[in-house]
Ligand binder design. Sequence first.
Ligand SMILES: O=C(O)CCC(=O)C(=O)O
Ligand SMILES: [Fe+2]
Length: 337
Amino acid sequence: MSQFDNLESYPPFFRPNHGFDSNEHSCKTSVHLDSDSDCLPVIDFLCMNPENLSEACRDWGMFRLINHGVPLNLLNQLHDHAKKLFSLSFESKQDLFSSSSPLSYFWGTPALTPSGDALQKVSSTQDHNWLEGLNVSLTQISQFKYEDPLLESFRSLLEEYGRQQCRVATTLFSTMAEDLKLCSTKFKSYLSPPTGTLRVYRYFRCMDSDRRWGIDVHTDSSVISILHQDEVQGLQVFKDDQWLDVKSIPNTLIVNLGDMAQAMSDDKYLSAKHRVKVNREKERISIGYFVFPVEDAVIECSKYKPFTYADFRTEVQKDLKTVGAKIGLQKFKVTQE
Ligand SMILES: O=C(O)CCC(=O)C(=O)O
Ligand SMILES: [Fe+2]
């Protein structure tokens, strides 16, 4: 077990001798995996072609962004800091990132309450996702200072990264809004920069890669999510009845549209179904940025009953607690009673 040299940094549940790392394999439901090609559409942020962007949003709901202007140095530093912080002992992470701090620590599920605590107190091992993470409210971290130098430099890197991602998301959304012919009131309320949130994830190594997920299949609730992944591959997108690996290509970002974008486009755009595989040998770090509509802005379109993002979030949280899964947009369709 020499490859597990940092075991004390794992929550006890994920340590190999816990009993859930068996090498027995059970077959996952049949999946067609195309592992060496990545035909994700590529959008050049510097010379954006609105038709290409529109097509990517309609056909995929996910694309790769190049020439995004986020400094490479910032990305590298963020990943280095994240690695250092995640390698602290599990107990220190719990102490350092309490739910009263603007960086809150969670593990085992990416589903959180609005205040950043893990939502499901999952009892079955089947439900655990093989990850831990830090949830970052960008408005809160900009009003905070840490005394610890490592934490303070991480905080200021996150703040800068949040600014960069806000720039990228706002520019992309203005091109999308033109494509969708959204009026200026809708444009302003449908994407709200102060709702911007970051998630820094570490996916654990897992010997039982046939049965466990980094994050199991889902769509994001956001308008736009922007992801930066390290060199370890794991993300997959569902397209034309197939799961496709999303390649790790240095200095590119992965943009995916969430449920709010699908609703405000009246189903013209797709909220991409995606998931994250676990890796047997390597840990994986990714950083996601998520931006939402103004909480109480009414989203109006022909395919869904008028609803606000706050209504949507309440339903999602309720379903996760009661049914154990997100039902999402389906609940707001006009055809449903
Ligand atoms: O880490 C990743 O690659 C994806 C994360 C994700 O899908 C999410 O946070 O919703
Ligand atoms: Fe996601």
